[in-house]
Design a protein around this ligand. Structure first.
Ligand code: R5P
Length: 248
């Protein structure tokens, strides 16, 4: 079992009978969908799933998981998804795929949002390895590009792999992948993007993750914030998966 599968199998143990569970998108989320489907089929786990993308909806359907549309969903018990970057304060960068809107909706609607990563995703700052994806209304892209440049960003329209065309999200939006200098304050950037006209969604997920499970060389660690009276030290702690996880 690789590290992604390891954390996915552990996260699936958090799902209890009758839960409404949000399914993320990407290779790590796929491992979770597979294990959830196994528990549903082989062990009779009763669950309703809500997908964060068309791709995940199709996968879940093919694997026999009962799907509920996001239109019919207000709250969910648990949302499980991967991330592209994670800092020690549990801020995430997401959006190498194209379904940021549904991903953030589910993250916000969940009583608990569990993020699954391998240790390669842990970074010192958001934007260290990837640009920040900013999803924009197509007609607004030039104005948003200008606004991003005024914030000090260097935006480029995301192109298809063969460079022939522009990437469009599931909802027909464009993506401006934007590089910012290392000195930018991520909380300020998050606020600025949230307030920018023409921006539909962006890849900074701040204050949303309940826990981050890290697969690291065959073991699971949980990112934890230890705030001592004299400092705000942040650390991760070893986590032993003894099969007794109960979601508390
Ligand atoms: O839009 C994509 C999502 O944010 C994914 O959760 C993220 O890209 C991580 O994907 P993976 O698990 O494949 O590394």
């Amino acid at each position: 079992m690789n590290d992604k599968e390891l954390v996915a199998v552990h996260a699936a143990k958090l799902v209890k009978d009758g839960m409404r569970v949000g399914l993320g998108t990407g290779s790590t989320a796929d491992c979770f969908i597979k294990e959830l489907s196994r528990l549903h089929k082989d062990e009779g786990l009763k669950v309703i799933v809500i997908a964060s993308s068309v791709v995940s909806a199709i996968k879940a359907g093919e694997m026999g998981l009962p799907l509920q549309s996001i239109e019919q969903t207000e709250r969910i018990d648990l949302y499980v998804d991967g991330a592209d970057e994670v800092t020690l304060d549990k801020t995430l960068l997401k959006g190498r795929g194209y379904d940021l809107v549904r991903e953030k909706l589910l993250a916000k609607a969940a009583d608990r949002f569990v993020v699954l990563i391998d240790k390669s995703k842990l970074v010192g700052r958001i934007g260290e390895r990837f640009p920040v994806p900013v999803e924009v209304m197509p007609f607004a892209w030039r104005m948003v590009k200008d606004s991003l440049e005024k914030l000090g960003g260097r935006p480029t329209l995301r192109r298809t792999a063969n460079e022939d065309g522009l990437v469009m999200t599931s909802y027909g939006s464009l993506v401006l992948d934007t590089v910012f200098d290392a000195t930018i304050d991520i909380a300020d950037l998050d606020d600025a993007l949230n307030a920018m006209p023409g921006v539909i969604e962006h890849g900074i997920f701040r204050g949303l993750a309940s826990s981050v499970l890290i697969g690291a060389d065959g073991a699971i660690q949980e990112l934890d914030i230890e705030r001592r009276s004299d400092s705000q030290d942040v650390d991760s702690r070893d986590f032993v998966d003894d099969g007794t996880a109960d979601g508390d």
